[in-house]
Design a binder for this molecule. Structure first.
Ligand code: HPA
Length: 273
């Protein structure tokens, strides 16, 4: 068997020794949404470090836990803390959690993140729903022997972000009084932020927001048949588009400031799924 699949199966078998919970929705919490799980009727918590072979996140502000239970009557599993490529993990480890939640039964993968705004209409504190992405600046998680148990060798990527879920997220935004932006997200490897020239290049290529996560998870989720959707919290104006220097603290502070509205949006969206 393929080593990547073997590791995934081993994590799945270990999870199943701990819980028989079958989620409908998998939610990955980005910066600022860390305490989202307070809104869940929690059935259980599993620390990543307690799952045999599971990649444990080292990023600041990222606790490593699966929290599962119900919200708005829906069975949900949340990732409090994700694994980033810049932490040094192979890309197959970065997408292992998304695949694991698929194996547990999740049909919907809801990805959230903090991102730098490239579109001149975006301000810190805005939310952008992902309608498409640019993946070419991060390693593709499907490189290597294909895992047919998960999906096909050459998956179509025309509609990675499920149009029906996107419509529901827009409705949820209207209902929450949020002027939800839409656009294309580009993933870079990080951990350094972009240079002003890189941002000009990404803008020319069609990107509206930039960050260091999400796209690889979206590819892996779409590959294995999950319906994917995503929302970015614009934490800062991207490099060179304002006078300000970028700092991690700025990203974390903006995430925290936007958190109440972000939570409202996500809960209202999940209600409609
Ligand atoms: N660039 C890359 N990643 C980010 C940014 C940014 O400006 N803001 C938050 N995550």
């Amino acid at each position: 068997m393929n080593l990547v699949y073997e590791k995934l199966k081993a994590c799945y078998d270990d999870i199943r020794r701990k819980t028989d919970f079958v989620p409908e929705i998998a939610l990955v919490l980005g910066s600022g949404l860390g305490d989202f799980a307070d809104n869940i009727e929690v059935e259980g918590v599993i620390n990543y470090s307690d799952i045999d072979g599971f990649p444990v996140s080292t990023a600041p502000g990222h606790v490593g836990q699966f929290i599962y239970g119900t919200i708005e009557g829906k069975k949900i599993i949340c990732m409090k803390g994700r694994v980033h490529y810049y932490e040094g993990y192979p890309i197959s480890d970065v997408v292992l959690p998304a695949r694991l939640m698929h194996m547990m039964g999740a049909k919907i993968l809801f990805l959230t993140n903090a991102a730098g705004g490239i579109n001149p209409d975006f301000r810190p504190g805005d939310f952008m729903m992902l309608t498409d992405h640019i993946s070419m600046f991060a390693p593709n998680p499907l490189v290597g022997i294909n895992i047919p148990e998960l999906g096909v060798r050459f998956p179509d990527m025309t509609n990675v972000y499920d149009p029906e879920l996107c419509e529901k997220i827009q409705e949820a935004a209207e209902d929450s009084g949020i002027d939800l932006k839409e656009g294309t997200y580009v993933q870079t490897t990080g951990p350094s932020y972009e240079t002003p020239t890189e941002i000009r290049m990404l803008k020319t290529l069609g990107a509206d927001a930039v960050g260091m996560s999400t796209v690889v998870e979206a590819i892996a989720g779409h590959h294995c048949g999950m319906r994917v959707c995503g929302v970015s919290c614009i934490s800062n104006i991207a490099a060179g588009l304002s006078d300000q220097k970028l700092s991690e603290q700025e990203v974390i502070d903006a995430g925290n400031a936007a958190a109440p509205m972000f939570k409202k949006l996500v809960i209202n969206a999940i209600k409609r799924f």
